[in-house]
Design a binder for this molecule. Sequence first.
Ligand code: ADP
Ligand code: MG
Length: 253
Amino acid sequence: APAGTPLLDAQGLRKSFGGLVAVDGIDLAVRAGEIVALIGPNGAGKSTTFNLVTGVARCDAGRITLFGREVAGQPARAIARLGVARSFQHVKLVGGMSVIENVALGAHLRGRAGALRGALGLDRTEEAAIFAEARRQLARVGLAEFAERPAGSLALGQQRIVEIARALCLSPALLLLDEPAAGLRLREKQALADLLRRLRADGLGILLVEHDMDFVMGLADRLVVMNFGAKLCEGPPAAIRSDPAVIEAYLGR
Ligand code: ADP
Ligand code: MG
């Protein structure tokens, strides 16, 4: 999509778990060619917001428009097919499988009659197409030379980038990343930021949850600050950095 095209427009998202309101009326928009960071303390509702947008959890209230279509209530698989890919905060690569096999898992998910094909097995042509796409995406992120290595043998920063290659196999217009820089060394964070900038230049919209302030301040076009399930404020990095409410609630811990 051309830069500036609205990809995600969520309004009034709400989700409770028992008596706990995890997400309390969140509005969120992401456009093509934009990196938006969702920040806030632990338990603020960031991962739950991701789950609502990707159909992993169902919202109690709110509207979610993706690429112009209302999708609230649709299952995760349907939303993924529309062009939304994500990484999970805690689900990682299968360490014993090769890098290329891990990436191919993402391409598998794109198969049209996915569940049925999974049950019947893939024919060779399809299998070859899936691996060709996986190799394309691995090359796109600059890790082609590691294709045959066990995923678990790569450095953590490279594994994170392999996770992104796997997500890219879905040909997403919108990419959601939950704490992609967590635990990475400075050089690894720089490589990750470079890759995300390249994807942004390719026209993807990127929504990321991140705790590392230096990382997001240098990368995001816009930040959305959450606290106790609600949006505290929103704006470009410079405005957020100097917002008294943010400093008190979050940055000035
Ligand atoms: P964040 O990602 O910002 O750290 P989460 O979205 O994971 O926050 O969690 C927000 C709140 O909702 C937390 O209090 C968390 O304990 C609670 N929560 C999240 N998922 C569930 C769940 N599946 N069942 C019950 N409570 C949950
Ligand atoms: Mg989280």
